[in-house]
Design a protein around this ligand. Structure first.
Ligand SMILES: [Zn+2]
Length: 457
């Protein structure tokens, strides 16, 4: 087996791997690079492989940095099947359908051809082959895959690929286990090589118990100063976890009744997918489902689908909470709310997810106060808070815990991806130090031959 690293190398976004076997070629994930002009240019480049020669694609999960270039792959000639869990297939399609308009708008703004059009998204609907966790499946003759729960978003998977008598494990994105709705990330065992993410390979998150208190405090402060709490949230998973926690806080009387707007058509559509796939929830969430009936609805919560409904939020006096996308504040309805409220000192912005370099979210997170939105200068007076406990990604101890699953029969080599350079290098070093396994941080377009790896290298 030969693997070419085609994205998320020494950075977080753009996940994509090309896997050559003697029986055919597959791609694992095909994500968008995110974060400014540099990312846009990289997305427009040709893949470092021939898309017409790809026989199948395996998708670990539906986040845009793992699926966003699937329509481009189709446009460039790929005609095979897409393999993943049921929630991954459903969430991917709503994500791509939602993105088409953004991609077209962006192309118009920058006066270039769009990366893809609806004609490149629609054919993918029928390309899906849905498979469960824990069932070895032959996706092309001689190439088998095995999925386990990665605990990162609904339906997310780690994947073992077996071909030519070799096996490689891809961690996908690993969850911040335990989290409210999902099951814990599972172990995989025995592989010639392991490819692991490292978004937070060099940090330790606050404890999970702190997240509910952090959220409660932000709401109580907002109530006290009659302000607005703005939560930029990733539409898939972060939003549903947030709704679940708000439901809990509300039903246990820990927060007062106040208007809470879910202002994201994508998040609203994704929430429906969650309602249809409760089998993927953890046992506690299933119990709560019996108790509350609907985990994503409670008094005060309003779903705003149309843009008129969205604009009306401005007329509702504080205190109020607005949850909107995008999670990294680099597009979507969140920008309108930030434009309206960032300059007010009784506004709180709650950052609950990874903010890619160059995004507005990253600049605010890093303390910049003078920012521009749609070309307008904004002097930020809002209180910007962030809490790593809400992260959907495993931190250093969790990543290392997952790696320890391989301790008994160690892989010949570990490849650390999906992390900024410092984080990836630091985690790679830890793998060598703690587990005595050879490890490295591959570069974009680097190609490795698994058959030539040797345990002592
Ligand atoms: Zn992800």
């Amino acid at each position: 087996m030969k693997i070419t690293f085609c994205g998320a190398n020494r950075e977080v976004t753009g996940s994509c791997y090309h896997i050559e076997t003697s029986r055919g070629n597959i791609v694992l994930d095909c994500g968008m690079f995110q974060g400014g002009k540099y990312a846009e240019d990289k997305n427009a480049q040709n893949f470092p492989f021939d898309p017409t020669g790809v026989d199948a694609v395996v998708v670990t999960h539906a986040h845009f940095d793992h699926v966003g270039r699937l329509p481009k792959l189709y446009k460039d000639g790929f005609r095979g099947k897409l393999w993943g869990t049921a929630p991954t297939s459903e969430l991917t399609m709503i994500n791509l359908r939602d993105a088409v308009h953004l991609v077209e708008e962006e192309a118009e703004r920058h006066n270039h051809a769009p990366l893809f059009t609806p004609d490149d998204v629609t054919p993918l609907e029928d390309a899906w082959k849905v498979i469960p966790y824990h069932q070895e499946t032959e996706i092309i003759p001689g190439v088998r895959i095995f999925l386990t729960d990665a605990g990162h978003i609904l339906g997310s998977a780690s994947v073992k690929v077996v071909a030519d008598g070799e096996s490689v494990v891809f961690s996908g994105d690993l969850g911040n286990t335990p989290v409210p709705l999902l099951r814990n990330a599972e172990c995989l065992y025995g592989a010639d090589a392991v490819i692991i993410e490292s978004t937070y390979g060099n940090r330790v998150h606050e404890g999970g118990d702190q997240r509910t208190e952090f959220l409660r405090q932000a709401i109580l402060d907002t109530v006290k100063n009659k302000g607005v709490l703005i939560v930029p949230a990733f539409a898939l998973e972060r939003t549903q976890e947030l709704l679940y926690e708000l439901n809990f806080l509300h039903s246990t009387g820990k927060i007062p009744n106040l208007p809470i707007f879910l202002d994201s058509p994508l998040a609203i559509a994704a929430t429906e997918v969650f309602r249809q796939n409760v089998d993927f929830f953890n046992p506690e969430a299933k119990q709560d489902l019996l108790k509350y009936g609907d985990l994503f609805s409670f008094p005060g919560l309003r779903y705003t689908v149309s843009s008129d409904e969205s604009k009306h939020i401005l007329n509702v006096p504080g205190p109020k909470v607005v949850i909107a996308g995008s999670g990294m504040m680099n597009g979507g309805r969140i920008l309108h709310h930030l434009m309206n409220y960032l300059e007010q000192s009784n506004t709180t912005v709650l950052i609950i997810g990874y903010q890619v370099e160059c995004s507005l979210g990253r600049r605010l997170h890093d303390g910049e106060r003078e920012v521009h939105i749609y070309g307008h200068p904004i002097h930020t007076k809002a209180d910007i808070r962030s809490c790593g406990a809400f992260s959907g990604h495993a931190d250093y101890p969790r990543l290392m815990h997952w790696m320890h699953c391989f301790a008994e029969k160690p892989p010949k080599r570990v490849f650390v991806t999906h992390g900024e350079l410092n984080s990836a290098l630091s985690f790679s070093q830890s793998v060598e130090d703690e587990l005595s396994i050879s490890s490295g941080v591959p570069e974009y377009a680097e190609r490795v031959d698994i058959s030539t790896l040797n345990a002592a290298s």
